[in-house]
Design a protein around this ligand. Structure first.
Ligand code: MN
Length: 234
């Protein structure tokens, strides 16, 4: 066994808390599903028909434990919340069959796909990548990961988000256009999934802007809740 030497101290392993454990879930990559609820596709001005799902990514170290304070990010005047079911992969694999997907899932949680909507819209208009709209620092606050044995369902449960106590998003996982089994299977045909990969599975309708001082709460029934405070601009 060889030991590597590095020119400087390597970055710290990105990770998330695990509910009921002192161990942490090490993150390899964060995949996100675009437009996976019909009503959200419509509110974004898109055809909600069952076109193939598409994906984008965030860096692993965009993930933050919750509760937390996220500084209002730079370059935007239109920061949006998107509440999402989180799927955590524990066993890697490529070309995973729909019926085998849950054998690869370590657990589930709930998180927010924070979005610089103005930069995302500009990228769409200009035909540019979405990264500046989606993959910025602190853009993925996530509740502690719940081991799969303690997850009642990833198929059907209320998913909701409130800003300063006012409900903004309220839907059910059953409304997913592409279910967890389906979209993880499809993702595994594009990339070989690895332990530590996380999937943000898409947001229901009701997205909107948040500003410094707002307190965002959300959850998926039976899986978890989170609270994120928006701080002053970084
Ligand atoms: Mn999203």
């Amino acid at each position: 066994m060889t030991s590597e030497t590095y020119a400087f101290e390597p970055p710290k392993q990105a990770s998330l808390a695990i509910k009921g454990s002192d161990a942490r879930f090490p993150i390899r990559r964060i995949f996100c599903v675009g437009r996976n609820y019909e009503a959200h596709a419509i509110e974004m001005g898109k055809d909600p028909s069952r076109e193939a799902p598409f994906f984008f990514t965030k860096p692993a170290d965009a993930a933050l434990d919750t509760p937390c304070t996220v500084p209002y990010p730079p370059l935007t005047e239109n920061l949006h919340y998107e509440i999402e079911l989180i799927i955590a992969i524990g066993k890697g694999g490529a070309i995973i069959a729909v019926e085998d997907v849950m054998d690869h899932v370590w657990g589930a949680s709930v998180g927010i796909d924070l979005t610089r909507r103005d930069l995302q819209n500009e990228a769409k208009t200009m035909g540019r990548p979405w990264d500046w709209g989606k993959a910025f620092d602190n853009s993925a606050p996530i509740a502690p990961i719940v081991p799969l044995a303690d997850v009642p369902s990833v198929e059907s449960a209320r998913i909701w988000l409130a800003v300063n106590g006012e409900t903004k998003q309220d839907a059910d996982l059953a409304d997913l256009i592409w279910s967890v089994r389906e979209h993880v299977s499809i993702l595994s045909r594009a990339m070989k999934l690895a332990p530590g990969d996380i999937i943000m599975t898409g947001t229901p309708a009701g997205v909107g802007a948040i500003v410094a001082g707002d307190v965002v709460t959300g959850g998926v029934d039976g899986i978890g809740t989170l609270e994120v405070t928006i701080g002053p601009r970084a």
